[in-house]
Design a binder for this molecule. Structure first.
Ligand SMILES: [Zn+2]
Length: 308
C-alpha cells in the first residue's frame, strides 16, 4: 500500500504487482496543523486497508512518499517546506501506531524515480536519474538497480547541485543550484528580474503562460527556457561523468515545457561532455505521472519491509 503526501493533495493506493487496485485522495490542508493532518492520514489509510481486506487484498505494509528532508532510518520527516509546522515529525511511527501497518518512509522525488525505473520510462536502464521539475527540482538517482539514498540522506538531490557559480539564490540557501533555474520558481524569478524588457509574457500566467509565450515566438520567454535548458545540460553532464548513467527522465508539472528546454540542454551536454558520447545519453519524458511516487512507495515498502 502506498501514500503520497503532497503539499496540496494526499493520494493513497492499494498496489499489487505494479498496478493501482484502488485509490483515494484527500486535500492536505497542512494549515490545520500536524496533529489534524496525521489523524486524517491515518483514517484514510485505515479506510483503504479495510477495503483491501474486504476484497481479499489486505495490505502487508505501507510505503510513504513525503516531501522534504527525511531521516529514513528513524522514519522521521526532519523538515518540509511544503508542510508548515512539520519539524522532526516521527511520521512512520505515528502512522504505524494508528494503522497497525509496518511503514517505510522515503523522499517523494526518490520514490517518483523508483516508480519510473520499475514501471515507466526507466525500465531496463543501466543507470538512471529522474528530475521532477515543479515548484522546485526534485531528484532521484538509481544506480545498478538501487535507489541511491546516501549516508547523509541527501542522495539524489540533483536540484541542489551547482550549475552556475555564485548564480541565482536557491530556496535551500545556496547560490547557483539547478533548482534556481529549472523550476517554476526559478523561471518565474528570472522573468521578474527581466522586467522592463519588451515581452508578451504575463507575470501572472505562471510557467504555462510563459511556455505559451515562448511557443508564440516571444524572445524573452524562449531565452528563459533556454537558460533552464543550459542549467539542466550542465547538471546532466556532471551526473553522467560522475555515475556513468545513460538515462535521464524528466517529470513534474513543468515537464510539458521540456521541448522548449531540450535544444539548449542537448547543446550544453555536447559542449560539456567530452569523455563519453553525449548522444548515448537518453533524456526522455516521464511516463507514469502521478502514479510514479505511489508505485515507487509500494515497491520501497516491499524492499525495506520485506513484505508483499
Ligand atoms: Zn539549492
Amino acid at each position: 500500500m502506498a501514500l503520497d503526501l503532497g503539499g496540496t493533495n494526499v493520494r493513497l493506493a492499494l498496489v499489487r504487482e505494479g498496478h493501482l487496485l484502488h485509490t483515494a485522495r484527500l486535500a492536505t490542508q497542512a494549515q490545520d496543523g500536524p496533529a489534524a493532518l496525521l489523524e486524517r492520514l491515518a483514517a484514510a489509510v485505515n479506510d483503504l486497508a479495510a477495503w483491501g481486506r474486504a476484497e481479499g487484498s489486505p495490505p502487508a505494509g505501507l510505503g510513504v512518499a513525503s516531501p522534504g528532508v527525511i531521516d529514513r532510518g528513524r522514519g522521521v520527516v526532519r523538515v518540509s517546506p511544503n508542510l508548515p509546522g512539520w519539524r522532526d515529525m516521527p511520521l512512520a511511527q505515528e502512522l504505524s501506531q494508528a494503522t497497525s501497518l509496518a511503514v517505510a518512509l522515503e523522499n517523494d522525488a526518490n520514490l517518483y524515480a523508483l516508480g519510473e525505473y520499475l514501471y515507466g520510462a526507466g525500465q531496463g536502464a543501466g543507470g538512471m536519474a529522474c528530475l521532477t521539475l515543479g515548484t522546485g527540482v526534485g531528484g532521484g538517482l538509481i544506480l545498478e538497480g538501487r535507489l541511491v539514498t546516501g549516508a547523509l540522506g541527501s542522495g539524489g538531490e540533483i536540484g541542489h547541485t551547482l550549475v552556475e557559480p555564485d548564480g541565482r539564490a536557491c530556496g535551500c540557501g545556496a547560490l547557483g543550484c539547478l533548482e534556481a533555474y529549472a523550476s517554476a520558481t526559478g523561471l518565474m524569478g528570472m522573468l521578474a528580474e527581466a522586467q522592463g524588457r519588451t515581452s508578451a509574457c504575463q507575470p501572472g500566467g505562471g510557467v504555462e503562460g510563459l511556455a505559451r509565450a515562448a511557443r508564440a515566438g516571444d524572445t524573452l520567454a524562449a531565452e528563459l527556457f533556454a537558460r533552464a535548458g543550459v542549467a539542466l545540460g550542465r547538471a546532466i553532464a556532471n551526473l553522467v561523468a560522475l555515475t556513468g548513467l545513460d538515462l535521464v527522465v524528466i517529470g513534474g508539472g513543468v515537464a510539458p515545457a521540456w521541448p522548449l528546454m531540450e535544444p539548449a540542454c542537448r547543446q550544453e551536454m555536447a559542449a560539456r561532455l567530452c569523455i563519453v558520447d553525449p548522444g548515448a545519453v537518453r533524456v526522455v519524458p516521464a511516463q507514469m505521472g502521478e502514479q510514479a511516487p505511489l508505485l515507487g512507495a509500494a515497491a520501497w515498502a516491499r524492499q525495506r519491509l520485506a513484505v508483499d
